[in-house]
Design a binder for this molecule. Structure first.
Ligand code: 6PG
Length: 228
């Protein structure tokens, strides 16, 4: 099966509709994983797109005690910096629900990309297959902190990123290989700014987003882009 055959494109008619669908998908994945494994391992996207979904999660009822939260990437900035992906997720969602603190695994990006990546690789050691990886899509086709033209380093589960075209330059990302070790993948793609990347993806251009594949394929939730 080709990569594209496993990519399912879902379009929604409003921001509210896509947010609700993403929320339902996350809660359903959590219920299924907890029934099967006793735990739910979710990997969060950074950027601005998922914020509204995280705000809905803050008000949702779930078996929070069994949730384990990871991040697909973060930016090398102080812990409380407004641009940290971990801060966004905590402010919008995680600090409003009773997930045990030792089950929220922020990337220690404040340590710098080399030390922080080493520490996060250690955190990921022995962690089973993720249940759900959520990802965003950059206007240039990047996802997590896997950028066009940059070598994909699969030498470890978490790797340093240098010279990111999207600031800040120093970042840490979970590697392609480890992100793909998941039962499910959901991309959240909203806004006309993503049109070119979506067009490229759909016409078979190998943008970084296409590196991400799970055995169950990939679902791309879209609003505000046209599926040509
Ligand atoms: C980040 C990301 C990145 C993001 C996309 C989309 O740290 O910036 O994790 O991969 O998900 O760039 O970002 P927006 O949702 O802000 O468009």
């Amino acid at each position: 099966m080709s990569l594209n055959a496993q990519t399912r494109w879902l379009t929604f008619q409003s921001q509210q509709e896509i947010n609700q669908a993403a929320l339902n998908r996350i809660l359903a994945a959590a219920d299924a994983a907890i029934a099967k494994y006793g735990s739910f391992l979710i990997v969060l996207a950074g950027g601005s797109t998922p914020k509204a979904v995280y705000q809905l999660l803050a008000k949702a009822n779930a078996d929070w005690a069994n949730w384990h939260v990871y991040h697909n990437d973060d930016r090398c900035l102080p812990v409380d910096h407004a641009e940290r992906n971990s801060k966004m997720a905590r402010d919008a969602w995680l600090s409003h629900v009773p997930i045990p603190e030792n089950q929220i695994h922020d990337i220690p990006a404040e340590l710098g990309n080399v030390e922080g990546a080493k520490a996060y690789a250690q955190t990921l050691k022995g962690v089973r297959t993720f249940d759900l990886v959520i990802l965003g899509l950059g206007e240039d086709g990047h996802t997590a902190s896997l950028f066009p033209g940059q070598l994909v380093d699969n030498s470890a589960d978490a790797v340093p990123v240098y010279n990111s075209p999207k600031p800040p330059a120093d970042r840490i990302t979970i590697s392609q290989h480890r992100l793909n070790n998941t039962h499910e993948v959901m991309f959240l793609v909203t806004g006309a700014g993503k049109q070119e990347a979506v067009d490229q993806w759909r016409s078979g251009v190998a943008i970084p987003a296409t590196l991400i594949q799970s055995p169950n394929g990939v679902d791309v939730y879209c609003f505000g882009v046209e599926l040509k």
